[in-house]
Design a protein around this ligand. Structure first.
Ligand SMILES: C[S@@+](CC[C@H](N)C(=O)[O-])C[C@H]1O[C@@H](n2cnc3c(N)ncnc32)[C@H](O)[C@@H]1O
Ligand code: SF4
Ligand code: SF4
Length: 300
């Protein structure tokens, strides 16, 4: 991370903590909900199938920037399906950087060739070893591994949603992140139980067991892009929700924190690590602040 970006984020954090400000800093644009996969745990694919036009996405980027957002995620659906005329996902990333976003990340299922050197992080979903990943995501593991090997840059971070189908594969994913070229780290979430996937959610003890494995792997040197200081809050779902400093834009509609905010009762069962990490940070939790400084400086 550039020193100027670090100074900007530090200033924002200090103002948010001291004056309890709720201005957004992290924004996500959903470029499409169309997807080439139909993962077992996912409730947000192919609802409209619309690929949002370039002009609209560009306006959404400008809107978020004007609101103060400086960390931008492009998400889907499958982001690599996005196109409009000559424009591709890579053009959106480049334009976001030119516009002044300090961190620009993309979330993808990794089934398309990966050529996004301008992104700060490519969050690539890997949901276990071959067997467990394929059980959740169809027969895609080998294709994804090949795409990672051929990637044009080393800015990939695995993104694993831990649920009842893959909870035993956390160690394996940490090791793959540590050993694989082009992969910088792994970041975890627990399954968030949308009404149609409730049965996949982990219980308290299962979450505790996963956090124990992740902690152990961190101690062994695995590159984990999460904060262990937030684990106790994630295990018991006792972090504040929603995250007011995070916003999502989908088809012109702005939501605080996530699209999921409209699903009754979901926030109390939220499994997204970023929500715990950011809300605890902005509450002024000293352990979280110090660990976030160390972790972000290491991986971005
Ligand atoms: C919705 S996908 C969109 C981007 C891309 N298609 C992908 O799979 O990475 C973004 C991330 O959300 C995760 N996800 C989907 N449903 C989830 C749920 N109910 N709880 C937690 N994570 C979930 C996916 O595993 C993926 O890592
Ligand atoms: S690839 Fe992503 S958007 Fe598509 S079904 Fe899987 S989790 Fe959902
Ligand atoms: S479930 Fe609630 S707290 Fe969690 S990401 Fe969605 S909106 Fe935010």
């Amino acid at each position: 991370m550039k020193l100027s970006s670090f100074v900007y984020f530090a200033g924002f954090g200090i103002r948010a903590v001291l004056f309890r400000k709720k201005d957004p800093i992290l924004g996500t644009i959903i470029v499409t909900d169309r997807c080439n996969l139909k993962c077992r745990h996912c409730s947000v694919n192919n609802i409209t199938g619309i690929i949002h036009p370039y002009r609209q996405i560009r306006n959404e980027m400008e809107y978020l920037y004007a609101m103060g957002v400086r960390i931008l995620f492009f998400c889907g659906g499958e982001t690599f399906l996005w196109e409009d005329g000559e424009k591709r996902l890579r053009d959106l990333v480049i334009e976001a950087k030119q516009m002044g976003f300090l961190i620009v990340n993309v979330v993808t299922n990794g089934t398309f060739p990966i050529d996004l050197p301008e992104a700060d992080l490519i969050l690539l979903s890997l949901d276990g070893d071959r067997k467990r990943h394929n059980r959740i995501r169809g027969d895609t593991y080998d294709l994804i591994m090949e795409n990672i090997r051929r990637a044009s840059s080393d800015n990939i971070c695995f993104y694993m949603a831990v649920n009842r189908l893959n909870q035993d594969a956390v160690r394996e994913v940490c090791r793959t992140a540590r050993d694989m070229e082009h992969v910088r780290a792994v970041s975890f979430n627990f399954h968030t139980p949308y009404p149609d996937t409730k049965e996949l959610a982990l219980g308290r003890d299962e979450k505790a067991a996963c956090c124990q494995v992740i902690t152990h792997m961190m101690q062994e040197g695995a590159p984990v892009f999460n904060l262990k200081s937030a684990f106790p809050y994630l295990i018991d779902n006792r972090f504040p929700t929603p995250c007011h400093q995070c916003v999502v834009m989908e088809n012109g509609k702005l939501s605080v924190c996530g699209r999921c905010i409209e699903t009754a009762g979901l926030c109390e069962a939220c499994g997204y690590f970023f929500v715990a990490e950011y809300t605890l940070l902005f509450q002024g939790n000293i352990r979280v602040i110090l660990e976030m400084l160390r972790t972000y400086l290491k991986y971005i």
